[in-house]
Design a protein. Structure first.
Length: 256
């Protein structure tokens, strides 16, 4: 009995056939035809290759696809300097480095094949040591929330690997806490906006529902305004950052 007869019942199935099942069925149908008619083997081998390409592309980003995802990042540490002069070594105190924590959640929708828009809400903390006083490090802590849209394009490079450049625009709001002494903290409101262009962003799709992304090259611009003690006093900061694989960001996405 040929594979064609064994799989013919699929055509009359009233239920929706998954893409994986459809690809397997077509593979066996073509394989059966190859063995039944050797004279047309070349033509069916070409067809078989086309079906294989279709099956391999079923993870492609199609219109109507959606996903939820997020990014979690933590960095920090300390440094210590010892000075040696001859036989004498003076040990220095450990100096903490900047501490950063970032948590972002996002939702994306493909409005066209390989084109997606997404919205994200994130929280970031940056803690910078200022000086040591009474055996306590005084710090400047910036707590920011970011919300905004972005757009990205998916270009298949090879197999399940995609190049996904992305541009986003975000609004910022939060608070700056500066330690003036071990017992005194000054709080000021912070607001602003920023843009991000992820030039070196890639995504790997190991399964139909899971995506792993990494951004190795990015261009960022941010404008922040910090309120003073009264409405007439404030300070502004504009920053431009270009990073190349120094602090790569990694994200996870679930497609449905």
């Amino acid at each position: 009995m040929g594979f064609v007869h064994e799989t013919s019942n699929f055509k009359n199935n009233k239920f929706r056939i998954p893409k994986q099942t459809y690809c397997i069925r077509e593979f066996f149908i073509i394989l059966d035809k190859i063995f039944l008619n050797d004279r047309k083997m070349k033509r069916f081998i070409v067809t078989l290759a086309a079906v294989a390409m279709t099956c391999g592309a079923m993870f492609a980003q199609s219109r109507g696809d959606m996903y939820v995802g997020g990014i979690l990042g933590v960095s920090g540490g300390s440094s210590k300097t010892n000075i040696t002069m001859g036989s004498t070594t003076v040990k220095g105190d450990a100096t903490p480095s900047d501490t950063e924590f970032n948590l972002t959640g996002e939702f994306g929708y493909f409005f066209a094949d390989n084109w997606r828009v997404s919205g994200s809400l994130g929280y970031g903390l940056q803690s910078t040591p200022i000086m040591k006083q009474d055996d306590k490090w005084l710090r400047n802590n910036v707590n920011l929330f970011a919300i905004g849209p972005s757009i990205a394009y998916y270009l298949n490079i090879a197999g399940d690997l995609y190049y996904t450049p992305e541009f986003g625009f975000y609004g910022y709001f939060g608070q700056n806490k500066a330690d003036k002494s071990p017992s005194t903290v000054q709080k000021n409101g912070v607001g602003g906006f920023g843009m991000n262009f992820a030039i070196g962003q890639f995504e790997f799709r190991p399964t139909a529902h899971l995506g792993l992304s990494v951004n190795l090259l990015a261009f960022d611009y941010a404008y922040l305004k910090m309120k003073g003690d009264d409405s007439d006093n404030y300070s502004t900061t504009s920053s431009v950052q270009f990073s190349l694989g120094i602090h790569p960001s990694v994200g996870f996405r679930y497609y449905f």
